[in-house]
Write a protein that binds this ligand. Structure first.
Ligand code: 8X3
Length: 255
């Protein structure tokens, strides 16, 4: 029987690249997100190209009742999860904290913190019982540093860092590995979502530099989950070569 992986936010970007990487490694994959059609298309792609089984769960991770219902609909054999990748997350807005839109704050807190917890709660119970498993949380450079107008987004990623450490400590007796990956600029739908569909503004974030691609992060996750059983990678901070940290970025040919 193939190992099982669970990837949140798999309908695009890092989540989709990670689902592909896992399938290539022979995992049966549960892919989750809000956009069912995209997930169904990805399921076909993965099943045809990698010969693995894929289970689609379409739900809104911000809503606990939906998360619980989705989990309850998962057949027993699919619950034996070896790898959980908590990827679902977003930034909404880039505003000074005194001007911030409270709905944006709630969207980020509900998705990046509460949603991650709702799903992890179920999966951790299984891993604890099975005395094994690996949780990989997607943090960010925003989980290490706070930058101007990043305020609440950075706060949610700092929370992911604390949750990761808490998981690692509390799951220690149960042989469950907990890792986090903290990317800098990755060109996905991230900035389009942050700027609410303003593609011009989103593009300008990456102008004059080569950002990371979703596949670069999937590569890092592949390394993390393929270490021997006695090795855990706690944390990886991965940046484009043109980005030193949240504050220093080297741009050429600005367009
Ligand atoms: C995304 C990276 O620098 O936009 O998490 O916060 S950044």
């Amino acid at each position: 029987m193939n190992k099982k992986a669970f990837v949140t936010g798999a309908s695009a970007g890092i989540g989709m690249a990670t689902a592909k990487m896992l399938s290539r490694n022979g995992y049966d994959v549960i892919i989750t997100g809000r956009r069912r059609e995209r997930l169904e298309a990805l399921k076909l792609d993965l099943e045809q190209n990698f010969g693995v089984s894929v289970f689609v769960l379409a739900f809104d991770i911000r809503k606990k009742a939906e998360v619980d219902k989705a989990w309850d609909s998962l057949p027993q054999e699919w619950r034996q999860i070896d790898v959980l990748v908590n990827n679902a997350g977003l930034a909404a807005g880039l505003d000074y904290i005194y001007d911030g839109d409270t709905e944006d704050w709630e969207t980020m807190i509900d998705t990046n913190i509460k949603g991650l917890l709702y799903i992890s709660r179920h999966v951790m119970q299984v891993m604890k019982e099975r005395r094994g498993g690996h949780i990989v949380n997607l943090s960010s450079i925003a989980g290490k540093e706070v930058y101007e107008r990043g305020n609440i987004y950075c706060a949610t990623k700092h929370a992911v860092e604390a949750i990761t450490k808490g998981m690692r400590i509390d799951l220690l007796p149960y042989n469950v590995k907990v890792s986090s990956v903290s990317p800098g600029m990755v060109e996905t739908e991230f900035s389009i979502v942050r700027f609410k569909g303003d593609e011009q503004k989103a593009k300008s974030v990456y102008a004059g530099l080569e950002p990371l691609r979703a596949e670069d992060i999937a590569d890092v996750i592949e390394f993390i989950i393929t270490r021997p059983s006695h090795v855990n990678i706690n944390d990886v901070l991965v940046m484009p070569t043109a980005q030193a940290n949240s504050f220093y970025v080297h741009r050429t040919n600005k367009d």
